[in-house]
Each structure stands twice: as C-alpha cells, then as structure tokens.
Ligand binder design. Structure first.
Ligand code: ADP
Length: 276
C-alpha cells in the first residue's frame, strides 16, 4: 500500500542575528542554515523515514533551491515522479532569529502556486492521500477528486487555517488540526471526522483523549509534520488508527526531544523501541 502526499515545498533560509534589524538598519548576522521545508515536503519525508512507500506531488523551481528540494525528497526515499518543474523560483522563506528566539519571517510561495492540475495523478496502489493548506485550494480539490475516484482514503491536515470549502470537506475522510487551527475553525460540520493534536498533551480523536509522551524538549519545531507523516506511515502499513496514533505520538515525542542530527536518523525501529 502506498501514500501520496500533495503539497508545498520551501527552502527556508534561517539567519541568526544578535537582534532583529530596525527600519533601514543592516545587522551583522552570526550564522545561517538552509532548511528543507514546506508542510507537504516535511510530511512526505517524515512518512518515508517512518517506513512508508511515499510519493510526492508538488512543484519546485529551476533555481538552485529546486535542486536541493528535489534531492532531499529523493535522498529520503520519496518517489518524485509527480514532482513538477517550474521555470521560475522555488517556494522559499527567509527568517531572522535573534538571541531571544524572537523572529521575523517572509514566505514566498512561488512555484507552489503554479502546480498544474492537468498533471495531477494518483500512483497505482495508493491507499491514502494526504493534503495540507499551503497549495491552492483548486489543486487540493483536483487531488481530492482523483483520490475519491480510485477509492483512496483522503486526509486533510488543514494547516495553516484558511477557509474550508464544503466541496473539499465533502471529499475528506479525516481532518487533522492543531489547537491553534481548531480554535480558528470553530465548530465543524458533524459529518467531518477530526483529529486534534494538543502539543505535549497529546491528541483528541473521536471524543477520546490520548495523552502524549513526557520528554525533555529540544525544539517543538516540526512536531505536527512528524506526527502526521508517522500517522500516515502506520496506516498505509495496515495498522488501525488507534494503534497508529500511539506510534505517531512516539515518533513526534522523539522528534521534539532530538537534536537535528538525531532527527535525521530517526527510524521506525527506534520508535517501537521507545514505545516499549
Ligand atoms: P504543531 O506542531 O502542528 O503545532 P502539536 O504541537 O500539536 O502540532 O504537536 C503534534 C504532536 O506532537 C502532539 O500531538 C504530540 O504527540 C507531539 N508533541 C508535540 N509537542 C510535544 C511535547 N512537548 N512533548 C511530547 N510530545 C509532543
């Protein structure tokens, strides 16, 4: 069974500086990181690391960032056959982080806004399709209707919050949101199944609360993407959702309590070991 993730790709440039620049000020920075990102790309990579046979549908530019984005997906074992190449810029962001951890950032969606819906396909054997809210609604709708036509399950990680059309909601089997998004959406139609992640408090699903694992946090950045990717990986392996929630919470707990180097080495075996 296979997973298809359709969504965004960003190359995030994270600059460290003693303080954020004031208007017209130039500040000498102390370091820079180039970080693979975009919720779609992150979830595809997380799912592949957690053992899923995962493909990605999206669009990257012909610039150097596009080369890095494509290579990161491929190196993580994600099938990039449906990754479209754009003549222009890749999605990117630039963030300035100061010594207190305060930051300012700009995101440019670029190629992510130009995904060609006429080239939307669902690979053979796909049992689950995963969407987020960082690509145009029209693309999500096109992917969702293809998913429905082949009988694949469809999850929407409705992040960041933006208006949800009833057309899309009617095709979705499960909505996944965090606390901030849940508050932004308010009451959802009764027909929609929703899983809410609650940070260190765990998950609420189907009227039940599943507590998270207590760990020492290094950084919570990307917890949601690891949770969603790991959840999808377990479900395409054939596990029930309840079991998959336990696995995904363990994977996300390991993610938030690991250094960057340790994160890159996280594998399903390590998650199962942690759960014992
Ligand atoms: P997002 O990153 O989208 O804001 P959450 O903060 O809700 O999402 O985190 C997603 C999941 O990651 C949680 O449901 C939980 O399983 C896990 N998680 C997040 N923060 C922690 C933490 N501090 N300790 C343990 N698990 C965490």
């Amino acid at each position: 069974m296979r997973l298809l993730v359709a969504g965004s790709l960003h190359l995030d440039i994270v600059v460290r500086a003693p303080h954020l620049p004031a208007l017209d000020e130039t500040v000498a920075g102390t370091g820079v990181d180039y970080v693979f990102g975009g919720k779609g790309g992150n979830q595809a990579v997380a799912a592949a690391r957690m053992g899923a046979d995962a493909a990605f549908l999206g669009r990257a530019g012909s610039d150097a960032f596009g080369t890095i984005l494509r290579a990161t997906l491929a190196d993580s074992g994600v099938d990039t056959t449906l990754l479209q190449e754009d003549d222009g810029a890749s999605g990117m962001s630039t963030a300035i982080v100061d010594d207190n951890g305060d930051y300012g950032a700009v995101i440019v969606s670029a190629a992510n806004l130009r995904i060609d819906t006429s080239r939307v396909r669902i690979p053979d054997g796909t049992s689950l399709v995963l969407l987020q809210n960082e690509i145009p609604e029209a693309v999500n709708l096109a992917v969702a209707s293809h998913a429905r036509s082949i009988g694949a399950r469809l999850w929407l990680n409705a992040a960041p919050a933006r208006p949800l059309s009833s057309a899309l909601l009617s095709l979705v089997d499960m909505l996944i949101v965090n606390r901030v998004e849940a508050a932004a959406y308010g009451a959802l139609p009764n027909s929609v199944t929703c899983l809410t992640t609650l940070g260190s408090d765990g998950v609420r699903y189907d009227g039940r609360h599943s507590p998270g694992y207590a760990v020492d946090v290094v950084s919570t950045h990307g917890a949601g993407d690891m949770f969603v990717g790991a959840l999808a990986a377990e479900v395409v392996r054939g596990e029930e959702l309840d079991t998959a929630i336990g696995f995904a919470q363990a994977a996300a707990a390991l993610h938030v309590s690991s250094s960057l180097e340790e994160r890159a080495r996280l594998a399903p075996e390590r998650v199962f070991e942690f759960m014992e």
